[in-house]
Design a binder for this molecule. Structure first.
Ligand SMILES: NC(=O)c1ccc[n+]([C@@H]2O[C@H](COP(=O)([O-])OP(=O)(O)OC[C@H]3O[C@@H](n4cnc5c(N)ncnc54)[C@H](OP(=O)(O)O)[C@@H]3O)[C@@H](O)[C@H]2O)c1
Length: 329
């Protein structure tokens, strides 16, 4: 395992985190709770000490499962809990809402579900242009001052939005989409965070499983699985992305004797993002963790990888389809 620091947090943080969106089941075609708890325990056994969740993941279920899993092993103080606020839901529909009263209620609910009395890293899930950023930042700062949270983060924020937020409250982390097929964060947000010492967490490092090495063209997604609406998983793009993963797999096997999955995570880490948020939902999905470490990608490697992507993905598309709507009122 490699470790990093998040400003304000004392303990060293593993550079691979467990992401628990799919553990909530919602938008992932359902999930078995016992398997989720086993996955969290497996992550801890393998040396992962940061778990990322959010109230909206399974409308509370993901946080509840994380809370239960940590209670069972009694390791709360050794684990960094990163959760979020600012996405509400009604009748199964979600919307952004970072108003003071909403965040205050959300924090209390999260503390209860997680069965803890503080949250290590509390992140604004999405910017909410209907609420003044000052109000949101002040509210987050009040939580910090009250000792209910230990570090403040934002997610999916632009550089401008981070600058406005940081005028009001200390900003410790940014969480953004970042993987071989979704590199947009690198140019502006990552450069800004590196310069201003804001730690970064890259989400979707496997691009929702596309970069796992196990994705098959014939795979049928069940129920509300997000990949039914993900434009990367629709033809003719899907074939292009799959062809790309096959070429990347060959390239990394020949050049570094590693798997595509190890390449996907290594790529995020070697781009100097502090933490890669690996979204595993079964214990054995974390089997390849060891092979992420003990090697590095060079500038020449990055160029060769980009060349393969450019040659095979002729019609690239970003992760924008995941953006939740603003509230109506
Ligand atoms: N802040 C935000 O707005 C935001 C947005 C998205 C995600 N996130 C965070 O980032 C985390 C990771 O992102 P993500 O969950 O979207 O995507 P991801 O890590 O790119 O992919 C996760 C999915 O890949 C598959 N997978 C994982 N390991 C595998 C393995 N070894 N072999 C085969 N398949 C494997 C699993 O799905 P199947 O088994 O079903 O194929 C899993 O659910 C989330 O859990 C969440 O904590 C944050």
């Amino acid at each position: 395992m490699e470790f990093t620091q998040i400003p304000q947090l004392k303990q060293k943080i593993s550079r691979v985190a467990l992401g628990t969106w799919s553990i909530g089941g919602w938008m992932w075609g359902g999930q078995d709770d016992a398997e989720s708890i086993a996955t969290i325990h497996q992550a801890l056994d393998l040396g992962i000490n940061i778990i990322d969740t959010a109230p909206v993941y399974g409308f509370g279920l993901s946080e509840e499962i994380v809370g239960r899993a940590l209670q069972l092993v009694g390791k709360r103080n050794e684990v960094v809990i990163a959760t979020k606020a600012g996405i509400s839901w009604k009748d199964g529909k979600v919307y952004r809402d970072t108003r003071k009263a909403v965040l205050e209620k959300e924090l209390d609910d999260s503390l209860k579900r997680l069965q803890v009395d503080y949250i290590d890293l509390y992140q604004v899930h999405w910017p909410d242009s209907k609420t003044p950023v000052e109000e949101t930042a002040q509210t987050m700062n009040s939580f910090l001052k009250a000792g209910k949270i230990r570090a403040i983060g934002v997610s999916n924020f632009s550089v401008d939005q981070m600058q406005q937020f940081a005028k009001i409250a200390p900003l410790n982390t940014l969480q953004s989409p970042f993987n071989l097929f979704e590199q947009a964060m690198e140019k502006d947000e990552l450069a800004f965070c590196t310069k201003t010492k804001i730690a970064t967490l890259g989400y979707g490092p496997l691009c929702r499983g596309l970069l796992s090495g196990a994705m098959q063209k014939e795979r049928q997604f069940q129920g509300d699985d997000i990949r039914k609406v993900d434009p990367k998983f629709k033809e003719p793009r899907y074939s292009q992305y799959l062809q790309c993963t096959q070429r990347l797999q060959k390239w990394v096997e020949q050049k570094h004797k590693r798997s595509l999955l190890a390449l996907a995570i290594r790529w995020v880490l070697d781009k100097e993002v502090n933490v890669a948020l690996w979204g595993a939902r079964k214990p054995n999905q974390l089997n390849g963790l060891d092979s992420v470490f003990g090697w590095n990608l060079t500038q020449q490697d990055f160029a060769e990888i980009d060349q393969i992507i450019q040659e095979t993905v002729l019609d690239p598309i970003g992760p924008e389809f995941m953006m939740p709507p603003l509230r109506q009122t």
